[in-house]
Write a protein that binds this ligand. Structure first.
Ligand SMILES: Cc1cc2nc3c(=O)[nH]c(=O)nc-3n(C[C@H](O)[C@H](O)[C@H](O)COP(=O)(O)OP(=O)(O)OC[C@H]3O[C@@H](n4cnc5c(N)ncnc54)[C@H](O)[C@@H]3O)c2cc1C
Length: 594
C-alpha cells in the first residue's frame, strides 16, 4: 500500500542543522523566515499533502483525465484539492510580494514541493508549470504583461504551460514549425501544433496562459531563430476580466504510461493572438528561465517519489513474513520472520534511504543558493551562488530522477510479486517516476549540458565553486579518525572526478564525440561525489550530536552515512573506468551493424 508521512525530522535536520537556514533571515526580504516560521509552514504543508493530495494519488491514477470535444476534466477530487492548494496560499509562497506573493525563500518552497511530489506527483505538475510561467513572465515580459498576468497566476485563478514540443521537434528545438506573424496592433498571430503539453487544458483554473516558442517570418534558421509568445486561452480585458476565447484548442490528451492525472495535451494554435516576450529571435534564452526552474522541480519529483516508495517499502518489509533470519529465527513465536531481517531486503531499503536523504541534502543546498543568488547584498556572493545553481541543475534533474525511478523499482522488488499487482500501488510509482527521466530535457541531454556547457563555462569557474569547498572539507578533516570512514571514500571519489573532468575537457576539445561518450557516466560520478560530500557533512554533525551513543535520529543518520560511503560511493570507481574508456567502443560499430 502507498504510505506517506512527510519526513519532517529529516527535513528540519537538513534545513536547520546542516544548512543553517536560519541565516536566511539576514537576507533582505526574508526577515520573516525564522526557524519557527519555517517549522510551522512545513507542518501545515505536510497536513495538506498527507490529508488532501496523497489520498487522491491512487484514484487519480485509476480515473485519469478525460477529454471530450476540446474539454479536459481532471479526476474527481482534483478541483477541490486545487482550491485548497491555492486558498492556502501555496502557489504564492515564494512569489514576489509586489504581485501578491508572500516573498518567502525558495528553500521553503522546495521542501514543500518535495512533499507534494511524494504525495501526488501528477497533481504537482499543475502548480509546477504555473510557477515556472510566473517566473518567466516576471523576468522577461513588459511591465504591462506582468501586471496583467502575474497576480492572477500567483492567485492560482489562472495557470501556466510551456509549449515547446512539436511532432517533429523534441530535443532539437531548431526544428520548430509554429509560426508567429506580426499584426498592425502590435500583437502576433500564432499558428501551429504543439504536442505533449502538460496542463495544456484542464478544469482547475479559469484561464490558461501558454508560453509558446514560435518563429517569426524573418527568423534565421535553427535555434537562433526562435521567439517566445504569451498566448492566453481567454484574452483578458483591460479590467482583468476574461474576454473572448482565443484561437487555441486542445485536440486531445495522450494515453500514457503514468501520471494519468496530469493532462498531456495536443494544442492547436490557429491564428491565436499572442504577445511577444523578450526580443525577437531571443525566445530560447527567455524560455530557459522557465526550463531551469522546471528542471529543479522535476529533480524534486524524483526525490519525492523516491521517498514515498521507500516509506511504502519499509511498511511492507516490516509486515510481510517470509523465511527466517539467516542467524536463526528472529521471532520464533511467529510462523516466519518479517522480510526486513534479510540482508538483501536491507540492501534495497538502505539504497533507497541513503539516496533519498543524500539527495534531499544536496537539493536543499541548491535551493539555498537560489535564494542567495537572488537576495544577497554582495554581488560576488550572488555570482558564486548562481554559478553553483547552474552547475548543479543538470545533476539534480538527472541524478534525482534516476534515483527516483530506481527507488520505485526497488519498492516493487521488496514487495515481490505483490509489487507487480496494481492493488499495492508500487507499480504506479514505477510508471509515474519514469517520465521525470524524460521530460524537461532527457537525462542524456542533462549530461551533455553538464559536460558541454557547464564544465568549461567561464574557464571552469562553475566547477571550481564545487571543487573548492569539497577539497577544503576533505583537507580539514583528513586527520580526524572518527571522520575517516567518510572522508577517505569522499577523497577517492573527488580525485576520480577531478581526473575525469580534466580528461574530458582535454579530449572533448579535440573531439566532441569524446565528451558525448563520457557524459552520462560523468554526470553520475559527479552526483555521487556531490551527494557523498553532503553525507560527510551530515555525518560530522551526527557525530557531534550523537556523542558516540545511540540517540536515535543521529545514530541512524550515521548508519545510513556509512552505508552510502561503503556501498554506493565505490561505484565512482567503475564509472571512472567506463568514461576513461573513451568513445571507441561506442562509435566503432557502423549504424548498419546494429
Ligand atoms: C508526459 C509528458 C509531458 C510533457 N510535457 C511537456 C510540456 O509541458 N511542454 C513541452 O514542450 N514538452 C513536454 N514534453 C515533451 C518532452 O519534453 C520531450 O518528450 C523530451 O524533451 C524529449 O523529446 P522527444 O520525445 O522528441 O525525444 P527525442 O528528442 O526524439 O529524443 C529521443 C532520444 O534521443 C536522444 N537524443 C536526442 N538528441 C540527442 C542529442 N543531440 N544527443 C544525444 N542524445 C540525443 C534523447 O536523449 C532520447 O533518448 C512532455 C512529454 C511527455 C511524455
Amino acid at each position: 500500500m502507498q504510505v506517506y508521512k512527510a519526513p519532517l525530522n529529516d527535513m528540519r535536520f537538513v534545513l536547520l542543522d546542516l544548512l543553517d537556514a536560519g541565516q536566511l533571515v539576514k537576507l533582505p526580504g526574508f526577515e520573516e523566515a525564522t526557524p519557527d516560521t519555517i517549522n510551522s509552514i512545513l507542518e501545515e504543508g505536510a497536513k495538506l499533502c498527507e490529508n488532501v493530495l496523497h489520498p487522491l494519488n491512487r484514484s487519480g491514477d485509476e480515473h485519469g483525465c478525460t477529454y471530450e470535444n476540446g474539454v479536459v476534466r481532471t479526476p474527481p477530487g482534483f478541483k477541490d484539492a486545487y482550491k485548497a492548494f491555492v486558498e492556502g496560499g501555496w502557489l504564492a509562497m515564494s512569489a514576489n510580494p509586489k504581485h501578491g506573493g508572500q516573498g518567502l525563500p525558495e528553500l521553503i518552497n522546495f521542501v514543500f514541493e518535495e512533499m507534494v511530489c511524494s504525495s501526488n506527483l501528477a497533481f504537482g505538475n499543475y502548480p509546477l508549470l504555473s510557477k515556472g510561467a510566473t517566473a518567466l513572465i516576471e523576468v522577461h515580459a513588459t511591465t504591462e504583461l506582468k501586471s496583467r498576468y502575474v497576480p492572477r497566476l500567483i492567485e492560482g485563478r489562472w495557470s501556466g504551460t510551456m509549449c515547446l514540443t512539436e511532432p517533429q521537434c523534441g530535443t532539437d528545438l531548431g526544428l520548430i514549425r509554429t509560426r508567429a506573424v506580426p499584426t498592425d496592433s502590435g500583437t502576433y498571430r500564432v499558428t501551429g501544433t504543439k504536442i505533449f503539453i502538460t496542463a495544456g487544458e484542464h478544469d482547475l483554473s479559469e484561464n490558461i496562459i501558454h508560453l509558446v516558442l514560435a518563429k517569426l517570418p524573418d527568423a534565421p534558421s535553427g535555434t537562433r531563430g526562435i521567439s517566445l509568445f504569451l498566448v492566453p486561452k481567454f484574452t483578458p480585458r483591460a479590467d482583468g476580466s476574461l474576454g473572448p476565447r482565443n484561437g487555441v484548442m486542445c485536440g486531445g490528451i495522450e494515453k500514457k504510461m503514468g501520471i494519468h492525472a496530469s493532462a498531456t495535451c495536443v494544442l492547436n494554435f490557429d491564428d491565436a493572438e499572442g504577445w511577444l516576450i523578450g526580443e525577437p529571435h531571443q525566445g530560447l534564452k527567455c524560455m530557459f528561465t522557465m526550463m531551469n526552474a522546471a528542471r529543479l522541480g522535476v529533480g524534486l519529483q524524483g526525490l519525492g517519489i523516491g521517498e514515498a516508495a521507500y516509506q511504502s517499502a519499509v511498511a511492507y518489509a516490516k509486515d510481510r513474513r517470509q523465511g527466517r533470519s539467516l542467524k536463526g529465527a528472529a521471532e520464533p513465536a511467529a510462523t516466519a520472520d518479517p522480510i526486513i531481517v534479510h540482508p538483501d531486503v536491507r540492501r534495497m531499503l538502505l539504497t533507497q534511504r541513503a539516496l533519498n536523504e543524500g539527495a534531499r541534502a544536496l537539493g536543499y543546498l541548491v535551493a539555498l543558493n537560489l535564494d542567495i543568488a537572488r537576495k544577497h547584498p554582495d554581488a560576488a556572493k550572488r555570482e558564486e551562488a548562481d554559478d553553483f545553481v547552474q552547475l548543479m541543475t543538470p545533476v539534480v534533474k538527472a541524478f534525482f530522477t534516476d534515483c527516483g525511478s530506481l527507488a520505485a523499482n526497488l519498492a516493487v522488488q521488496i514487495h515481490g510479486g505483490h509489487g507487480y499487482i496494481r492493488e499495492h500501488g508500487m507499480e504506479q510509482y514505477v510508471r509515474d517516476s519514469r517520465i521525470a527521466q524524460l521530460y524537461e530535457g532527457t537525462n542524456g541531454i542533462q549530461a551533455l549540458d553538464l559536460v558541454g556547457r557547464k564544465l568549461g563555462q567561464h574557464n571552469g569557474r562553475l566547477l571550481r565553486r564545487f571543487f573548492h569547498p569539497v577539497t577544503a572539507f576533505v583537507e580539514e578533516h583528513k586527520g580526524d579518525e572518527r571522520m575517516a570512514e567518510f572522508i577517505e571514500p569522499l577523497a577517492k571519489g573527488l580525485d576520480r572526478l577531478r581526473n575525469a573532468s580534466l580528461t574530458i575537457a582535454g579530449r572533448g576539445l579535440a573531439d566532441p564525440e569524446e565528451a558525448g561518450a563520457a557524459a552520462t557516466d560523468y554526470l553520475k560520478l559527479f552526483a555521487l561525489v556531490a551527494v557523498g560530500y553532503m553525507w560527510a557533512r551530515m555525518a560530522k554533525i551526527a557525530l557531534a550530536e550523537n556523542g558516540g551513543g545511540d540517540d536515535g535520529f543521529h545514530a541512524t543518520k550515521l548508519k545510513t552515512a556509512r552505508f552510502y560511503m561503503a556501498r554506493l560511493m565505490p561505484e565512482t570507481s567503475s564509472l571512472f573506468a567506463q568514461l576513461m574508456a573513451g568513445k571507441r567502443t561506442l562509435m566503432e560499430m557502423g549504424a548498419d551493424e546494429f
